[in-house]
Design a protein around this ligand. Structure first.
Ligand code: ADP
Ligand code: ZN
Ligand code: ZN
Length: 729
């Protein structure tokens, strides 16, 4: 065994720590060890063996305890973590913290084995007919013969009493024993529910089968992408392999979990933020032990180890929730592609509106492209119509032609979806006398008026205050809510259509667990109704009764200084619009906008998403923006308005940089204020590094980080590295 171990410890320091190896214990790379660190005992992960000490050997402490003799993580996941740390320039110890469930990370594993009731050999030989006067005992023995063994939980679900169990144990017919964890899973039956793949679907399934590498599945909304995933996954399950499926949000898409569990009579481990620590650890162990056939999870599930990895699917791959916003700012979609390479297994990225960087990767033949360009049999395509709001008067946000179409559809007993991407009543409270606007005192942001509690809320820091009755600048009482939010639309529609139920779906109404499932049930009843909601409604729901989608406010995208705003707008329009006409009746989408003549909007609705993307990509190429240039950020924030800026100025300063020659072709921009400079009382600044060469960019970033770490201000500001940032907020 080696003399020294390099151990990754959960700290913000970008390094590992050396400990002396204990004689006569065995330890592997990837094992957990308990070590003392900064006067505490913590759990770390062994990442390397060293023959010689890095510092004075007298100061190197021994490991306190080895928790795993064999590695906790399969080599592929270990490698994934190491590469993640390197790519995102994040402390390796913190990467393991993100990757591992809390209990596992802390070294408190829930037992994998469990105590079960088994028959003894006398119990096995016993003639059951001899028990005709003890029906309860007979029933229990029959159950044990059928099941081989039973857990306490299983027994609780039967009518068998603890008294009966005790009796047969006393008679020597059964006993409690620890069972070894099973390996592998049972996969017996598939329920196709009468679905026969269309020629298009079958062609894509054939194209993907047997391929390794990444496939971008660009399938319009309602084209049956999930059916393709299910068919491909089935092939892997039949070989005894496991599938990892990532979705943006599980709580909001209960239909997804249901489709997997209906299709396969096989164990599914669902991993999401609502699990308890214990549930999460058990699901993780089931995945690692090969007992789960399918792991279905959100972003962080990308790190779940699989005993027999078969395939990874990332559904709605364009969704921004695959990117983590704090700490380790990774993209689960990008890590899925990396993991596929490490494990040598195929990856499917699916979307109706792929991220532009994914389309770019497909154009460059880094991914194979598969397309589904027709809706599933029986479902019609939706049609789009623009209403120019410069040409028509609006009544509480609605144009006459839109209201007329809504009325027609509703009186035909159909359903209408009204989309507005802002919750609350109105985004602004405005003084008609002096034009004062209610602002958050902690952020550069306006306060949104929420009608139900008569409060003003900041959607960026959560700050709340009672609604003011006087202007805080001129004391006038002439204050008006300006602009539209979901609550206001809900109120208006309630007045305009008093006989039609109006169902509002936004963060405020879906906070309660199971609320979304309740809404889906109500809508699925199929009666005339209006759904009002934010982008939560765009997330892969299937509402067959909706024949009209109204999109009220996309115009902000045309004013935004975020270079991705038009990409996001296009995705939102098609995702929300795609909720229309999923069944027999043709669906219609009406967009009200001041920019009806905008060439990109015209391209999107007349020529489709690919042309729209290509036009914007051509523009980005000219401007030197991603995906043609790679971006990385160093973000810094401080309570003092100047500190973060000064810190980044020092990081950027090359005049003092010692011997190292500058790396060519790197653009350094900033420090510049973040698009929202003040947030939650912190002033936020960015240093942007951009280059066409990812290799050189990462080299330069590493240097900048090294410099940042050496600065005294590094301890006074909050700073973080963001590789491939998705916005500049
Ligand atoms: P997408 O994810 O591409 O928007 P879905 O996979 O949700 O589309 O499919 C939409 C609907 O069509 C689902 O209700 C699904 O059960 C149904 N469906 C999928 N494929 C077929 C098929 N080949 N025949 C009939 N119905 C299908
Ligand atoms: Zn005023
Ligand atoms: Zn705020």
């Amino acid at each position: 065994m080696p003399n020294y171990l390099s151990v990754a410890i959960p700290t913000p320091l970008r390094k590992t720590f050396q400990y002396r190896h204990l004689d006569n214990t065995s330890v592997s790379i990837g094992s957990r060890v308990r070590v003392s660190f900064a006067n505490r005992v913590v759990t770390g992960i062994v990442v390397g063996f060293d023959e010689s000490p890095a510092i004075d050997p007298g100061r190197i402490k021994p490991v306190t305890k080895v928790l795993d003799e064999s590695p906790l993580l399969p080599p592929a996941i270990f490698e994934l973590c190491i590469k993640t740390a390197r790519y995102y320039k994040h402390p390796i110890g913190e990467v393991f913290s993100t990757a591992l469930p809390k209990l596992i990370r802390q070294g408190k594993d829930p037992a994998e084995s469990e105590t079960r009731l088994f028959l003894t050999s006398p119990g096995t030989r016993l003639d059951l007919e001899s028990l005709h006067r003890a029906p309860a005992r007979k029933a229990l023995l029959r159950l044990l013969r059928a099941e081989a063994s039973c857990s306490k939980q299983q027994l609780k679900e039967t009518e068998i009493t603890p008294h009966t169990i005790k009796a047969i144990i006393d008679l020597g017919w059964a006993e409690w024993r620890e069972s070894d964890p099973v390996e592998g899973y049972e996969f017996s039956s598939v329920n196709y529910e009468g679905i026969i793949p269309s020629t298009g679907q079958q062609a894509v399934v054939d194209q993907i089968s047997g391929n390794t590498g990444t496939c971008l599945l660009h399938g319009i909304t309602g084209s049956g992408k999930t059916e393709v995933y299910l068919r491909v996954i089935e092939q892997h399950l039949r070989q005894g392999r496991q599938a990892l499926v990532l979705v943006p949000e599980i709580g909001l898409t209960p239909q997804t979990v249901q489709r997997f569990s209906t299709r396969f009579d096989a164990p599914i481990a669902v991993m999401h933020s609502g699990l308890t620590d214990r549930e999460r650890a058990l699901a993780w162990l089931d995945a690692r032990g090969g007992r789960a056939a399918i792991v279905l999870g959100t972003r962080s599930a990308i790190f779940t180890p699989l005993k027999k990895p078969g395939i990874i699917v990332v559904d709605e791959e364009h969704d921004v929730s695959f990117k983590q916003w704090e700490g380790l700012r990774y993209s689960a979609r990008d890590l899925a592609v990396l993991r596929g390479k490490i494990e040598g297994i195929p990856v499917i990225l699916g979307s109706a509106t792929p991220a532009f960087e994914s389309l770019h990767n497909a154009n460059k033949n880094r991914y194979t492209l598969a397309r589904l360009s027709e809706r599933t049999p029986g479902a019609e395509m939706e049609t789009y119509r623009l209403i120019d709001t410069n040409q028509t008067k609006l009544q509480e946000g609605f144009s006459k032609p839109l209201l007329k179409t809504m009325r027609d559809r509703l009186s035909a007993g159909e359903q209408v979806l009204v989309f507005i991407n802002r919750r609350g009543f109105a985004p602004v409270i405005f003084c008609n006398q002096c034009q004062w606007i209610a602002q958050c005192r902690h952020c550069d942001s306006r306060l949104t008026y929420h009608l139900s509690q008569h409060i003003l809320v900041c959607h960026h820091c959560g700050h709340q205050e009672r609604k003011v009755t006087n202007c805080q600048a001129c004391k006038a009482t002439d204050l008006a809510p300006l602009g539209l939010g979901t609550q206001r639309i809900e109120q208006t529609l309630g007045q305009l259509f008093p006989d039609i139920p109006v169902i509002r779906v936004d963060r405020d109404t879906t906070r309660r667990k199971g609320a979304m499932a309740g809404f889906i049930d109500r809508v699925s009843s199929g009666k005339a109704a209006i759904l009002v909601g934010t982008q939560l409604l765009a997330k892969g729901h299937h509402f067959p009764g909706i024949t009209l989608v109204a999109i009220l406010d996309i115009d902000a995208a045309f004013f935004s200084s975020d270079f991705k705003s038009l990409e996001k707008m296009g995705q939102l329009i098609l995702q929300v619009g795609g909720r229309a006409g999923r069944a027999k009746k043709a669906g219609k989408v009406i967009i009200q906008t001041q920019f009806a003549g905008h060439p990109l909007l015209q391209t999107l609705i007349n020529k489709g998403y690919t042309e729209f993307a290509n036009d914007i990509l051509a523009e980005r190429k000219k401007m030197g923006l991603p995906p043609y240039y790679y971006h990385t950020l160093i973000r810094a924030e401080s309570r003092d308005p100047l500190l973060a800026k000064t810190f980044l100025e020092q990081v950027a300063d090359t005049s003092t940089a010692s011997s190292a020659a500058p790396i060519p072709d790197i653009n350094v921009l900033g420090p510049v204020p973040a698009l929202m400079e003040k947030k939650a009382n912190r002033f936020r600044q960015l240093l942007l590094l951009a280059s066409q060469s990812r290799g050189r960019l990462h080299k330069e970033l590493a240097r900048k980080i090294e410099r940042a770490e050496s600065l005294p201000l590094a301890k006074k500001v909050n700073w973080a590295v963001d590789v491939d940032p998705i916005d500049l907020f």
